[in-house]
Ligand binder design. Sequence first.
Ligand code: NAP
Length: 267
Amino acid sequence: MFDISQFSLKGKIAVVTGGGRGIGQAIAFAFAKAGAKVVITSRKAPDLEATAAEIKAFGGEAFPLPAHLGKMDEIKKMVSTVMDKFGRIDILVNNAGASPAMGSVLECNERLWDKLMDINLKGAYFISQAVANIMVKQGGGKIINIASVDGYNPEPGLSIYSISKAGMRMITRAFASELISYNIQVNTIAPGPISTKMMDSHWGHLPLEEAQKVKQTVEKMLPSGRIGNPDEIAGAALYLASAASNYTTGAEIIIDGGLLLGNHLSG
Ligand SMILES: NC(=O)c1ccc[n+]([C@@H]2O[C@H](COP(=O)([O-])OP(=O)(O)OC[C@H]3O[C@@H](n4cnc5c(N)ncnc54)[C@H](OP(=O)(O)O)[C@@H]3O)[C@@H](O)[C@H]2O)c1
C-alpha cells in the first residue's frame, strides 16, 4: 500500500539555487515544511536572509549562502561550504536563472550570450557535476533542473534564454543517463508563466494601470486564463526530491496551465 511518508524529507540536506525569491523560494519553503534542512543560495544576501527567517518562523531549518553561481570559483566555494557544514547533499535544485530583455536574433550580442549561459546553463552543469560526485560517494541523490516552456517553443525576443532552457532539458537527460547506476535521479520541471519578479519584469517598468492592462492581455491569451503561482511548482519539486520518485529519472514535468497544448483560443 502506498506509504505517504515517502514524501517526507526529514533528515535530508537540500540545496536550492535562487532560493531567496520566486519559484526557488516556494520550493525551499516546501522542502523545509517536509523536514529538510535547506541551503538557499543566490547573489543577494538580504533575499536569502529574509527567506531563511520565514522558514525559521514556521519551525524549519534554512541556511542562507550568498554566491554568484555563474562563476566557477564561487560554485566550488558554495559546494565546499555546504559540505563543511553538513557533510552531505541529498537534493539539488538548479533553479537560479535570468531572463533579461534581449531583442531579435539579429541583434543579440556576445556579452548577453555569456551572461545568460553562465548562470542558466554552465552554472547548472558544474553545480550538478560537483554535487553528483558527492552523491555518488553517498550512494544516491536527487537533482531537479528548472527549465521552461521556452525550452520547447522559442519565445520571440528571448532566443538565448530559450536556447539555454532547451539545454537545461538536455543537462537532465545527460546526467540522468550517466548517473542512473549510482541511484541518482535527475529530472526537469518546465514551468509556464509563473508570477515572480522575472515574470513581472515584462510589465514592471510600465505605469501601474498600463502594467495591469498588459498583464490582463497576457492572461487572456493563456489557456488557463491566468498566470500560475510559485507554489504550483513546489509540489512537483517535492515529489521529485522525495522517495516517491525513486523510479523517475530523465523525466520532464511541464507545469504551464496547458500552454504547450497550443490549442487555446486567444481573446
Ligand atoms: N517565472 C516564470 O514564469 C518562469 C517560467 C519558466 C521558467 N522559469 C525559471 O524558473 C527559475 C526561477 O525563476 P523565477 O521566476 O523565480 O525568477 P526570479 O524571481 O527572478 O528568481 C531568479 C533567482 O535566480 C537567482 N539568480 C539569478 N542570477 C544568479 C546568479 N548569477 N547567481 C546566483 N543566483 C542567481 C536570483 O537571485 P539573486 O538575484 O539574488 O542572484 C533569484 O533568486 C529560473 O530558472 C527561470 O528561468 C520561470
